[in-house]
Ligand binder design. Structure first.
Ligand SMILES: [Zn+2]
Length: 136
């Protein structure tokens, strides 16, 4: 196997997700090396059979990761059902660690801001109550 290519390069090649010069570099290498062709064919077959490595699923999942705004709306239950379903799928079945981390970060942020609002409200009531009492 040629040292200059990694498995992920071939996967990107099959997705046609590489810059043109790199696509050309791989194609050229493929023409010269039967071992490489076998390797890429194996990747292709595995893909067609629907067997993906976890890493592959993750990388593919990343491409369709919801935005941080979408995750925020998801937490607030403000997304249309279809979008919410997709995010649930993405988080639980795909198990995207990137989005899970993002989500728990947002969760703690929202919990925090909720607390801030509550505290502010409490302070407001306390002060106005104090104010009203003073006026009596
Ligand atoms: Zn994700």
């Amino acid at each position: 196997m040629t040292k200059s290519f990694r498995q992920s390069d071939f996967e990107a090649y099959l997705d046609e997700a590489l810059p043109p010069e790199q696509m050309a570099r791989i194609e050229k290498a493929l023409r010269k090396d039967r071992k490489l062709i076998e390797q890429v064919t194996a990747i292709q077959q595995r893909r067609n059979a629907g067997v993906h490595s976890l890493g592959e699923i993750w990388r593919r999942g990343r491409l369709s990761c919801p935005s941080r705004e979408q995750l925020g709306s998801f937490l607030l239950g403000a997304l249309p059902e279809e979008a919410a379903d997709y995010i649930t799928f993405h988080l639980e079945l795909v198990g995207c660690r990137y989005c899970q981390a993002n989500l728990s970060d947002l969760e703690s942020q929202q919990a925090e801001s909720h607390e801030v609002v509550q505290t502010r409200r409490r302070k407001y009531f306390q002060s106005s109550a104090g104010y009203l009492r003073r006026r009596e």
